[in-house]
Design a protein around this ligand. Structure first.
Ligand code: ADP
Length: 362
């Protein structure tokens, strides 16, 4: 919510009129306030209302309500207050420089013995945005958990119904159950990790990290996966090079990106890690020879649960959270992560880390 500074000029000095005091109080309020007379003209407003509704440089005073805000239910609410003395609560979307949502209370108010109406506008744009994010997150998590769980339940039932004695298939069914349980485990671990980072409870401990060795460690951990898919892992980092980073977090970022490079590659392809030092930035590039990512997905793949190709991701077993975690970890280092991709040629992710990070706890 944009909070405007209350205008000091409007705060009444001792001895000023009650109206002056009232104006001062109104201007100090975050909510927009409009007072409208029986001919639907605005006779008083506060600073927040001017900021929200006054078109460039135009004030609100003496304007018709309909000139300022075109919304039928708002006009009906003001009419109800003025003509019938009835208060009402309504919701309204207002499109100015951006779309904002308001909860509005309109009540009758008596001034000089005639009935006017006062509208108090609560800006709920941010609350609604957060609520939407929360709902989407919950529905994504439920959906992601339900799929492997359904599969586990189905295979347990099959085993119970007799397949447990089927020597040819029982181990295969158990394998499916284990894979799905692992997927749920991975998903929950990623969700917890992400929520820890987002809540600001993760700190980084910067050290001088030998990058060649770190990449070798990640390659070793992923070597059987790469071999199974016939992917060559290439470490092009010079042996002596050190970068300032939290070693655990850098390993986590590299693991996520190299793992993706393997998953979304083609048999016979490769994943290469290189570094370029330019000025105040170390750029670590992870390049694969996979199918690439369509431009329309590129900007969104760092969002939680976003997948460029749902079917393929399910097949290769991803949570859709890996890149969101990488983005947060890069930013925790004061850096960034970016991506470029060419269809059918491959994708390059670049982790940019400031060289000036000092060994310390952030
Ligand atoms: P996932 O667990 O699905 O891999 P990520 O957050 O790591 O989740 O990645 C999000 C999506 O971005 C993936 O589902 C995939 O569609 C796309 N993606 C990520 N890395 C690559 C890559 N190297 N090549 C092609 N697509 C990729």
């Amino acid at each position: 919510m944009i909070i405007s500074e209350p205008s000091i000029a409007n705060v009444p000095a001792p001895g000023q009129t009650l109206l002056g005091i009232l104006q001062g109080v109104l201007d100090a309020t975050r909510e927009s306030v409009l007072i409208v007379d029986s001919s639907r003209r605005i006779i008083a407003s506060n600073q927040a209302a001017c900021d929200a509704f006054a078109r460039q440089n135009g004030g609100l005073r003496e304007k018709r309500l309909s000139e300022v805000i075109r919304d039928l239910s708002l006009h009906e609410a003001f009419t109800r207050a003025i003509e019938n003395g009835k208060a009402s609560d309504i919701k309204m979307d207002f499109i100015g420089t951006e779309k904002r949502s308001y909860d509005i209370n309109v009540s009758p108010i008596y001034l000089d013995e005639s009935r006017h109406a006062i509208g108090v506008f609560y800006d709920v744009t941010q609350i609604e945005r957060l609520e939407k994010v929360r709902q989407e997150f919950l529905s994504n998590v439920s959906h992601e958990l339900r799929t492997p769980l359904t599969s586990i339940m189905a295979f347990v039932e099959t085993l119970e119904d007799g397949a447990i004695d089927d020597k040819e298939n029982n181990r295969r069914f158990l394998g499916v159950i284990r894979r799905n349980a692992e997927r749920m485990h991975g998903l929950i671990a990623d969700i917890l990790e992400l929520s820890m980072i987002e809540s600001g409870n993760v700190f980084i401990e910067v050290k001088q990290v030998r990058l060649f060795n770190l990449v070798e460690d990640v390659f070793a951990a992923l070597s059987s996966k790469a071999a199974a898919r016939q992917i060559k892992l290439v470490n092009k980092i010079e042996e002596g090079i050190k970068v300032a980073a939290d070693p655990v977090r850098l390993e986590q970022m590299l693991t996520n990106l190299i793992d993706n490079g393997i998953k979304f590659n083609r048999p016979g392809g490769s994943v290469t890690v290189e570094i370029e030092r330019n000025g105040s930035t170390n750029s670590i590039a992870i390049t694969d020879t996979g199918e690439g990512i369509l431009t329309e997905h590129l900007q969104r793949i760092f969002e939680r649960f976003y997948r460029a190709d749902r079917g393929r991701t399910r097949e290769v077993g991803g949570t859709g959270l890996g890149l969101a975690i990488v983005k947060h970890l890069a930013r925790l280092h004061g850096g960034e992560v970016s991506v470029t991709s060419a269809l059918s040629r491959g994708t390059t992710f670049v982790i940019e880390l400031p060289t000036g990070l000092h060994p310390s706890r952030f």
